[in-house]
Design a binder for this molecule. Structure first.
Ligand SMILES: *Cc1c(COP(=O)(O)O)cnc(C)c1O
Length: 392
């Protein structure tokens, strides 16, 4: 068995970002400054959109995108029943009602057929999550949005590298929101980004990210003399710091290299588990590019002889860190109470939420780490089926 615990989702931090952070600290300019501007420009260049606004999380990016979409009290936003809580919280913080649509059990993405059923006269926007880095069915979702005059916000927390029919995700809808949290494909510690093609929306988001102060506030302490600012809206404290951007600039240079590594890990897992009684992720369609953010397996107790929760414990006992992405949204007591969700209405998300388990997929893993993960999974499945055969 492995000696050291394999941490789930540990980032690759290299010397160039360490040195850049030291430079920022020595420069004395820790807040939003030249490195944030550079990171926005580089990100825009990679993603090929019109405007990028760096913020301190994807949650902040989602919240501001909803506000800029005109979403507020009394409005409904349709989103997936299988996502991280931040997706739902952002809708609630915008004052709107999150309306859930069930997933397609094969893609694990929101099902356009279920979306259409949920549209009412109060629906303002669709908040789409490209789950695990697999692009949503954008053709049908964009068609629905157009027909009902809805904004599209893409939660691209898993999907920096994803493409749909040659277009980068995050610029297929009105807003694209990205995360640079420690476990994501590239990291800044905490951090996020909004992409938009609309100049006015970009200006409003930038202003709302810094207290609602007019744009001169961003340079009020520059060497060009003090600039007054005026508060024109009640904004938030969502700006990114240069310390974070210093990490991001160098991480972004390796985004494709890391993607290649994760694709390699993904293929090794898929080959190793092909004949096992667990469900592995479906291959992405030819005309899309998967970001390979999560490798999720499904553990059905009736078939494997062990529940997902027991499987998690067995993996941890073998020194392999694992994750769950995610318990479905209707499982959480707060959302049940406030939004009135009933698990029965989302059978696919409920089932995936109870059977899913994420294996380590970080670019940092080497071949020995992968061997350890694969042996642990095989060992658990084989030992359980032996127990079953003995009728214990
Ligand atoms: C991580 C994540 C978020 C939140 O990102 P932060 O940068 O931590 O705010 C939102 N949505 C999804 C799907 C995520 O995985």
């Amino acid at each position: 068995m492995r000696k050291e615990f394999l941490v789930f989702g540990s980032p690759c931090i290299e010397d160039s970002e360490i040195l850049e952070v030291v430079k920022v600290l020595k420069s004395g300019w820790l807040g939003t400054g030249p490195r944030v501007a550079r990171f926005e420009k580089d990100f825009l260049n990679y993603k090929q959109s019109n405007f990028a606004i760096a913020v301190n999380s994807c949650t902040a990016a989602l919240h501001l995108s909803l506000i800029a979409s005109g979403v507020g009290a009394g409005d409904e936003v349709i989103t997936t029943a299988l996502t991280f809580c931040a997706t739902i919280n952002a809708i609630l913080h915008a004052g709107a009602k999150p309306v859930l649509a069930d997933i397609d059990p094969v893609t694990m993405n929101i099902d356009p057929v279920r979306v259409e059923e949920k549209i009412t006269e109060n629906t303002k926007a669709l908040l789409l999550v490209h789950f695990a880095g697999r692009p949503c069915d954008m053709e049908n979702l964009c068609r629905i949005a157009k027909k009902h005059n809805l904004k599209i916000i893409e939660d691209c927390a898993h999907a920096i590298e994803s493409e749909y029919r040659g277009k980068k995700v995050g610029s297929l809808g009105d807003f694209g929101c990205f995360s640079f949290y420690v476990t994501k494909n590239i990291v800044t510690g905490e951090g996020g980004m909004v992409l938009t093609k609309n100049e006015e929306d970009a200006a409003r988001i930038k202003m709302l990210a810094l207290h609602g102060m007019t744009k001169d506030a961003w340079k009020r302490f520059s060497d060009r003399g003090y600039k007054h600012y005026y508060v024109t809206e009640c904004g938030f404290k969502y700006n990114m710091m240069d310390i974070q951007a210093a990490i991001g600039i160098h991480q972004l240079q390796r985004v494709e290299q890391y993607w290649q590594r994760r694709r390699h890990h993904w293929q090794r897992y898929s080959e190793a588990f092909a004949d096992m009684p667990i469900v592995i992720p479906a291959a992405a369609p030819e005309d899309t590019r998967h970001a390979y953010h999560l490798y999720t397996i499904l553990v059905d107790k009736d078939i494997v002889g062990i529940s997902r929760d027991e499987f998690l414990e067995e993996m941890t006992a073998r020194n392999i860190g694992v994750g769950v992405h995610y318990l479905s949204i209707p499982e959480h007591p707060y959302y049940q109470q406030v939004c009135g969700y009933d698990l029965k209405d989302y059978p696919h998300a409920a089932q995936v939420g109870r059977q899913t388990l994420s294996l380590p997929l970080s670019a940092k893993l080497n071949d020995d780490d992968l061997d350890d993960v694969i042996s642990a999974v095989k060992d658990i499945v084989v030992s359980r089926s032996v127990v079953q055969r003995r009728g214990v």
